[in-house]
Design a protein around this ligand. Structure first.
Ligand code: 13P
Length: 288
């Protein structure tokens, strides 16, 4: 059964670890992430961007697939199905389809409008027992068509959004979606600390752009209140590299090596290895 992300993130905030949000793209991705979370006895959040939602034939298909997999694979760890960087309309569509968690990314609106729309969605999600993530400031780079300027969040605005009763808060602190450039200045821990002080010790903070952030920065971010870390590109890079190797080694040309289940298997294993490494780093193993 899908669960809201509230309980798993409240526990993570109190226990000084973070739960991974791993974005899904298809059946193989979802299966690899669920099996790894189960093996590691870790709670997990499956992230779905609006682009990936369209690709997977809409939110109803995804809810059906994930619920079916939880049953069919015998998954016992807590799983939240979460809309990533949702628009206002997208949030409502996912709520209707049966997602257990949504992110409403109103960071591109003026703060008053972000506050008003987030407030409305907090009320809807509370009634239904769903978790809601909000965003202040913007994550740099591009996430499946959502382009952010990388503005660093204003701690006072973070407090205003947190006070609406959101479950978790994403704040721009110099993090970027996709690969980090060579000259990246690193995370703004001064801003993260100021946000954490403003919103209080109980609000789970979300770190987007988890791909390529060095382990010491991840650990420091967790120590300052980050309880949810989003990873997408790293699984894509691992999948592509393993698939490339399979084809370049000509394995698809040997026997039944062209069987799609065989072609996709090394990529699936690569996703599993990436997810395992992140769960270990984030400290959520054996916390289910
Ligand atoms: P990366 O693709 O950089 O890992 O970011 C993922 C993310 O933040 C999804 O919202």
């Amino acid at each position: 059964m899908l669960v809201s992300a509230k309980e798993m993130l409240t526990k993570a905030r109190a226990g000084h670890y973070a739960v991974g949000q791993f974005n899904i793209n298809n059946l193989e991705w979802t299966k690899a992430i669920l099996l790894t979370a189960e093996e590691m006895k870790s709670p997990v959040i499956l992230g779905v961007s609006e682009g990936a939602g369209k690709y997977m034939c809409g939110y109803d298909t995804i809810v059906g697939m994930v619920n079916g997999m939880i049953k069919g694979l015998g998954i016992t760890v807590p799983v939240a199905l979460h809309l990533d960087h949702g628009s206002y309309e997208g949030a409502y569509k996912c709520i209707e389809a049966g997602f257990s968690s949504v992110m409403f990314d109103g960071s591109h609106y003026p703060i008053e409008e972000n506050l008003a729309k987030t407030k409305e969605l907090v009320e809807v999600c509370n009634k239904l027992g769903l978790s809601l993530e909000a965003e202040v400031g913007a994550i740099g780079g591009e996430e499946d068509g959502v382009v952010g300027g990388g503005e660093v969040a204003d701690p006072k605005e973070c407090k205003m959004i947190a006070d609406l009763g959101v479950t978790m808060l994403a704040a721009g602190i110099g993090n970027i979606h996709g690969k980090y450039p060579e000259n990246w200045a690193g995370l703004r821990f001064d801003v993260l600390e100021a946000i954490s002080n403003e919103v209080g010790a109980e609000m789970p903070l979300v770190l987007h752009g988890g791909t390529g952030i060095p382990a010491d920065m991840i650990k420091k971010a967790i120590s300052l209140g980050v309880s949810k870390i989003n990873v997408n590109t790293e699984c894509q890079l691992a999948f592509a590299a393993a698939t490339r190797q399979y084809i370049e080694e000509g394995k698809d040309l040997v026997g039944k090596g062209f069987d799609p289940r065989k072609v996709l298997a090394p990529g699936v294993e690569a996703i599993k290895a990436t997810v395992k490494e992140k769960i270990e780093l984030f400290g959520s193993a054996n916390k289910a």
